[in-house]
Structure formats: structure tokens, C-alpha cells
Design a protein around this ligand. Structure first.
Ligand SMILES: N[C@@H](CCC(=O)N[C@@H](CS)C(=O)NCC(=O)O)C(=O)O
Length: 304
């Protein structure tokens, strides 16, 4: 199985997937994508989705870390991301870590780093629709308070001295709790001082970091596009009426994230279940690909 992760090194969401490779002990190829738009090689694969990261497996393109985690687990169940039947709990926890935890962290990364390149500030002020960049300086105390409140929750989860959030085994829950902490160390001014107030978080952070990133090899974007062109999708067609009444396999639809970066991806419906969505599309550079999304947090609409 050739896993190809399209990402950039300072991306906190990409760090989730790199750690999932580490937890599972997998080998993967790394394609570096631009930090800001345009990202022509990435959007040739995705049909417009621009967020980081994206996982490619042949001609199947997986968008969103939730969808990527489920797919890694399906294809490689050993060393589970969801031990002891914790899949539902782990996936549900993303609403906490992506919203309550990541968002104030993103505000602090943008608002406390005075030397951020202009191109990043410009791109992200349009992209992060949950942040008002004009009022950011005055919002910093509130954002610190919100970020601290989530660190306190993590400390509470770990205060009995357990190794990992769910007990003795590492899981996707640890990766979800960890990625804003990783962002804090790397991207938030005074991040180390902020974290020093949470000793159990500090000890656990080292265990999660020690999961590592698996075995990484670099690949260039042209080679990844050639792989997409040469291979066929392995997606099985399943469209459930209950996942959105009125839609059927083969219909032309658009899939759009409900939060920020809401670029629609158009294609022919291949999968629609309570867990996932997939559309088939043909691109001059990527050939025929199937682009996959989680069901939760994505809107599907008929276009023709
Ligand atoms: N729901 C998405 C969110 C991904 C996300 O927001 N990623 C950030 C980077 S860490 C991003 O896309 N930033 C803008 C960019 O990379 O162009 C997921 O779980 O993958």
C-alpha cells in the first residue's frame, strides 16, 4: 500500500496524520505542498479542496484528518487508532479539539507572531473565517484564556497518572488532544511558558511525540500526479437514501466543508453513508480520481 501525504511540515493538522503513521508503524511518501494558495498540484487531485493535509492512495484522494484516520484504520487495523471499541468516542472528540482547542490556538499563532510573512497573514485572514484579524490584538487575552481552559481539561484527563487519554494504549484521542499542544510549542509566543503550568500534560506530550512519524520518504508532486493517472480508484459504490434523501449514485453533486475553506468539489456521487462521501471526477493532470470526505461537517448538494 503506497500512502502519499500532501502536507507541509509546520501544519498542525498534518502532524495528526504523521503521528497516526507513527502509531501504526507505517511507511509513507511525503509531498510538500505550498503553505498558501495557489496549490495547483494539490487541487488537481482534490478538485478544489485546499486544506492541509490530504492523503492519496493511488487514485483515491482522502480529504480531512477524520476521513484519513478512518481510512488508515480500515486498510491497516493493526495497532489500532481506536483501541477497545473507542472509534465513536475518538471521532466525536474532534469537535472539541478542532473547534474549542485549535481555533484559539490558531488565533494566538496568528496574533502573537509578529514576524509572520505578509503572504501567510493575507491568505489566512481570508481562510480562517472564524477569526477577525482586525480585532485580533485586543482578543489575545480571551484567546489565551480559551486555550488555557482546554489545557486544563487535558490536565484533568491525565491527573490520575495514566499514560494516555484512554488508559494504557495510545489512540486517535491522544493525537487529537496533542496537536494544539504541538502547535503551541512551535507557533505561539510564550508557548513553553504556557505549557509549564500543566505538568501531567507535559509528561504525556513526550509519550505522544515518541510515537514518531513512521518511515517517511520524500516524493515530488509530479510523481504523485502520475501515480493518480496510472491507477484506478478502489472505492466501492454505496449510496444510502438515509444519508441524504433524493441523491443517488452517479448524480452530479458538489461537496463543501461547512466551516472555513468552503470551496465546493464537484463530481459524480460514488459514496454517501453516515460516515463518508465520495465523488468521481476527471482532471486533465490527475486523470480519473475519487475524492473522499467525512459525512460529518460536509454539505452535499445536487448540481445538475
Ligand atoms: N477539518 C480539516 C481541517 C484542516 C485545516 O484546517 N488545516 C489547516 C492547516 S493546519 C489549513 O488547511 N490551513 C490552510 C492551508 O493549508 O492552506 C481536517 O481535519 O483536515
Amino acid at each position: 500500500m503506497d500512502y502519499i501525504l500532501h502536507h507541509f511540515d509546520i501544519s498542525p493538522f498534518a502532524e495528526k496524520v504523521r503521528l497516526a503513521f507513527g502509531l501504526k508503524g507505517l511507511a509513507w511518501h511525503s509531498v510538500q505542498i505550498p503553505v498558501v494558495m495557489p496549490k495547483p498540484d494539490l487541487t488537481a487531485l482534490t478538485g478544489g479542496y485546499r486544506k492541509t493535509p490530504v492523503l492519496q492512495i493511488g487514485a483515491d484522494i482522502y480529504c480531512d484528518t477524520q476521513r484519513i484516520a478512518s481510512e488508515l484504520e480500515r486498510r491497516h487495523p493493526a495497532r489500532s487508532l481506536f483501541p477497545q471499541g473507542s472509534k465513536g468516542l475518538c471521532l466525536a472528540l474532534a469537535n472539541w479539539s478542532d473547534a474549542a482547542f485549535f481555533r484559539p490556538g490558531a488565533g494566538l499563532s496568528m496574533g502573537t507572531n509578529t514576524d509572520l510573512p505578509e503572504a501567510i497573514l493575507k491568505d489566512r485572514s481570508a481562510f480562517f473565517s472564524f477569526l477577525d484579524f482586525a480585532s485580533l490584538p485586543g482578543e489575545l487575552p480571551h484567546l489565551y484564556a480559551q486555550f488555557n481552559a482546554q489545557l486544563q481539561l487535558l490536565e484533568t484527563m491525565l491527573v490520575d497518572g495514566r499514560d494516555y487519554l484512554l488508559g494504557t494504549e495510545p489512540s486517535w484521542a491522544d493525537i487529537l488532544g496533542y496537536f494544539p499542544v504541538w502547535m503551541c510549542r512551535g507557533n505561539i509566543r510564550n508557548g513553553d511558558a504556557l505549557l509549564s503550568g500543566f505538568p501531567h500534560v507535559g509528561a504525556w506530550e513526550q509519550k505522544v511525540a515518541a510515537l514518531g512519524h513512521g518511515e517517511r520518504r520524500e516524493l515530488d508532486a509530479a510523481a504523485a500526479l502520475a501515480i493518480a493517472r496510472e491507477q484506478r480508484s478502489t472505492a466501492e459504490t454505496v449510496v444510502l437514501e438515509a444519508a441524504m434523501p433524493g441523491l443517488a449514485a452517479g448524480m452530479e453533486v458538489a461537496v463543501t466543508p461547512e466551516d472555513y475553506g468552503a470551496v465546493p468539489v464537484a463530481g459524480e456521487l460514488v459514496r454517501l453513508t453516515h460516515e463518508d462521501i465520495a465523488v468521481r471526477r476527471t482532471d486533465p493532470r490527475a486523470g480519473e480520481v475519487v475524492v473522499h470526505f467525512p459525512r460529518s461537517g460536509y454539505r452535499v448538494e445536487k448540481t445538475a
